[in-house]
Design a protein around this ligand. Structure first.
Ligand code: NAD
Ligand code: GLY
Length: 367
């Protein structure tokens, strides 16, 4: 086993709430031990999907746990599947002191977290993320949700897990596209690092430049470091602004564009990460048009995104439809799209009042 990284998220002192994120390889061999150390639950319901279960059922053996195996796909992150989790919890006599376990990517983590937040007015849950996106983003920070037919993540809560167990071993069965979608969120942290307010100066941008081959080879030590840096940056932000009153919005760098891309392409053409990678390029172009950064930084940022081959060709979007889609996003305020844009190297700022002609121009992000 590579060295373990353990970091603690401490939430606002009022609630005295904190939890650990444990990162390492082959953690699954000791799941029982970690879980016993961090909860007093006597009974567990592990929620996962068919794909993950088929890959890992021989390796996952958690004492006193029942298992609920859901269908795989974003289209199942809905109220019917949420009810399936409640039904299974009731059938398996899960009580208030018991615990749900989410074994999966962001879909399983989000829906299981929402079930935990609401079942019996809230029971404990543990996140065991199995995608890179979940390890660096969705399993950390307590946003839990399901989709509504009118939009993504419209029904949800802020509800923190008791523990996050990130076993790098899971990444080895991800296909290249799923790995890249996680890497888009990883690169995002490089571009927002200074705004996170983390006392450690990782120079994550340089780390990503220097370690591309090891990262793409999923080298254990490098991936452990990478996930640790992302989680630490996210933890710093979430500790300061758990419920996204302000600072936490920086974690949505590139996402205003990405959500419009996903909406206009009906979530069928691009993965979330592919849309985020395009969205980050558009954000850099818009920042140049608004004279917020110099071209050299934007060129360097684009070069990093290209080094990881996160974006192929960007389609010609109809700018009016694009802006309309941005306005429909749930993070819009007073019908104006809200952008997180770079304002200096590795630093970002929220901007709301942007001339639509400049937004239109940023949709072709070549510099
Ligand atoms: P996902 O959960 O759909 O997983 C992607 C695919 O990979 C699925 O087919 C899944 O079955 C498969 N998979 C998972 N682990 C695997 C493994 N180890 N090996 C092989 N295949 C595996 O997608 P995702 O990208 O992990 O998450 C996207 C979801 O996360 C979206 O619903 C998004 O809204 C949500 N999200 C939430 C937050 C948050 O803060 N809560 C942040 C970002 C994204
Ligand atoms: N993924 C953005 C957030 O957690 O706030």
């Amino acid at each position: 086993m590579t060295q373990l990284n353990i970091l603690t998220i401490k939430l606002p002192p009022k609630t005295e709430q904190k939890y650990d994120i444990i990162i390492g390889s082959m953690l699954h061999k000791k799941f029982d031990e970690y879980i016993a150390k961090y909860t007093s639950a006597k009974k567990f319901l592990l929620v996962t999907n068919k794909t993950i279960w088929n890959l890992y059922k021989e390796k996952i053996n958690i004492s006193n746990s029942d298992y609920l195996i859901l269908e795989d796909g974003e289209e199942y992150k809905n109220i019917q599947t949420l009810k399936e989790i409640y039904d299974a919890a009731i059938k398996n006599k899960i009580e208030r002191k018991d615990c749900l376990i989410a074994l999966g990517g962001g879909v399983i983590g989000d829906i299981t977290g929402l079930a935990a937040a609401t079942y019996l007015r809230g029971i404990d849950f543990i996140q065991i993320p199995t995608t890179l996106l979940a390890m660096v983003d969705s399993a950390v920070g307590g946003k839990v949700a399901i989709n509504h037919e009118c939009g993504k993540n419209l029904i949800g809560a802020f509800y923190q897990p008791k523990l996050v167990l990130s076993d790098i071993e899971f990444l080895k069965t991800l296909d290249n596209r799923q790995l890249k979608t996680g890497l888009a969120e990883v690169l995002k942290y490089a571009f927002i690092e200074k705004s996170c307010g983390c006392p450690l100066n990782y120079r994550f941008f340089d780390f990503l430049h220097a370690n591309k081959d090891k990262i793409l080879d999923l080298d254990n030590k490098t991936m452990s470091q990478l996930i640790n840096i992302c989680c630490n940056l996210k933890a710093t932000v979430v500790e300061k602004d758990e419920t996204e009153k302000g600072l936490r919005a920086i974690l949505n760098f590139g996402h205003t564009f990405a959500h419009a891309i996903e909406t206009l392409t009906h979530y069928t053409i691009y993965t979330h990460g592919e849309a985020v990678a395009m969205g980050m390029k558009m954000a850099f172009k818009l920042a140049i048009l608004l004279k917020m950064i110099d071209k050299d930084y934007a060129l360097a940022a684009n070069a990093l995104i290209d080094k990881y081959e996160l974006v192929s060709t960007i389609p010609d979007f109809d700018s009016q439809k694009f802006i309309d889609a941005m306005i429909l996003d749930k993070k819009t305020e007073s019908e104006k799209p809200r952008f997180i844009l770079p304002d200096a190297d590795f630093s970002v700022k929220m901007i709301t009042d942007v001339d639509p002609s400049k937004i239109a121009c940023s949709l072709k992000p070549n510099l």
